[in-house]
Design a binder for this molecule. Structure first.
Ligand code: UDP
Length: 381
């Protein structure tokens, strides 16, 4: 046979709204690359009611395979373990049917681990985005590093993350520093317009607290303290609902009992335009979401943020973030005061320049997914 080589099939695994927001620019860049064909595997929390965020994936890219993992109402670590098992099995079926040349996963969640495990055990080249990050307070750091060890190509978001990946014994020639795709498209985001902003209650503080793997009562206590701290500053606030992790119900209960305005989820474009509006109007982001460190620090101007508790500990951050290690209303209030005093014109993000998607697509096209030196992993020493 002669002629141009067939495009490589790249199956991107997406399991949650959070990671889909980061994967979307990668998926767009893969779709736009003439040497690559995009396939989508939608799984995990995307498929759960009530948010059913798989619809966002379907609208933007279509869906090639669905893999059910978690079950509605079954939240907890052992439920996650069972979901992982279902995910590995379902992912193997999807991979068998779609026959991708690459499987791409991002982050540290069970959905990414299921995709990496099925692909890697199944002998398919696996690429991992955002490996090597640390977030010391998250129970699932083991999963991020396990995904690194299962993966063949590492697309690191920062220099420090790339260094950690090689320290784990991965070969430097299989590690690329691409920057974080969370920054892609950020510089064309416009601040939310007055009508949409008013519909959200014109918040000056956006609160996004995720559980950190404890029981509901402990999570409820922390979120309550945070909301009391924000309320004591007399700031109009909006709370977003947390991820589907153990302790979620506790966070939700605290939000409900506080009476603060809350919504389940904003599609990423609206979410970013809200961050941009808050940045312009000297608002503040409060909670323990990665977006305080990644997106908020890269906006121009940057958005001041208060990062609470251990969830993001150890992760690189710019000077837009004030950390409150003590989870009390008082500590949160004084951290908000400190955040308002930051010189936001001097913030420099460690997460790249907003062109990660195209770099990732270029790497997938340039590296031969059948190269035995790639597929037969050996510790680099
Ligand atoms: N996000 C969104 N809409 C929301 C909340 C979050 O689009 O209502 C996206 C946003 O892209 C953000 C990402 O989710 O950057 C990660 O935030 P989240 O706090 O959900 O996750 P974490 O990475 O801290 O687990």
């Amino acid at each position: 046979m002669s002629g141009a080589p067939q495009p490589l099939r790249v199956a991107v695994v997406t399991g949650t709204r959070a990671e889909f927001g980061l994967l979307a620019p990668v998926m767009r860049a893969v779709r736009a690359h003439e040497g690559l064909t995009l396939q989508t595997i939608v799984c995990g929390a995307h498929l759960l009611p009530p948010t059913e965020t798989w619809r966002e994936v379907e609208r933007a890219f279509g869906i090639d395979a669905r893999v059910e993992m978690q079950r509605p109402g079954e939240i907890g670590r052992l439920h996650d373990a069972r979901a992982l098992g279902r995910g590995v099995a379902g992912m193997a079926d999807a991979i068998e049917r779609l026959r991708p040349d690459w499987v791409v996963v991002l982050g540290d969640r069970v959905e990414a681990l299921a995709g990496a495990a099925a692909a890697s055990v199944g002998g398919v080249a696996t690429a991992h985005i955002h490996g090597g990050d640390v977030a010391e307070g998250v129970a699932d750091e083991a999963m991020r590093h396990a995904i690194t060890k299962l993966s063949h190509l590492h697309l690191a978001a920062s220099e420090q993350s790339a260094r950690r990946i090689t320290r784990m014994g991965e070969r430097p020639e299989h590690v690329r520093i691409t920057g974080s795709p969370a920054l892609d498209g950020l510089y064309s985001v416009v601040p939310m317009d007055d009508d949409a902003y008013a519909r959200l209650g014109s918040p000056r503080a956006l609160v996004l607290m995720h559980p950190i793997g404890r029981d509901d009562a402990a999570e409820q206590r922390d979120t309550r303290a945070v909301l009391e701290g924000v309320a004591s500053m007399q700031l109009a606030s909006l709370a977003l609902h947390p991820n589907y992790d153990a302790g979620r119900d506790g966070v939700l209960r605290a939000i409900e009992l506080s009476g603060v305005r809350a919504i389940g989820h904003l599609p990423r474009p609206a979410f970013l335009s809200l961050l941009s509006r808050l940045a312009r109007d000297e608002g503040v982001l409060v909670g323990n979401s990665s977006c305080a460190l990644i997106e908020a620090g890269a906006m121009r101007p940057a958005l001041a943020a208060v990062d609470i508790g251990p969830r993001q500990a150890g992760r690189e951050r710019a000077s837009n973030v004030v950390h409150a290690s003590d989870v009390s209303a008082k500590a949160v209030a004084s951290a908000i005061n400190a955040a308002h005093a930051i010189d936001l014109s001097r913030v420099k993000s460690p997460y790249g320049d907003g062109r990660a998607g195209e770099r990732i697509a270029a790497a997938l096209a340039a590296v031969d997914p059948r190269d035995p030196k790639l597929l037969r992993k050996r510790h680099a020493d």
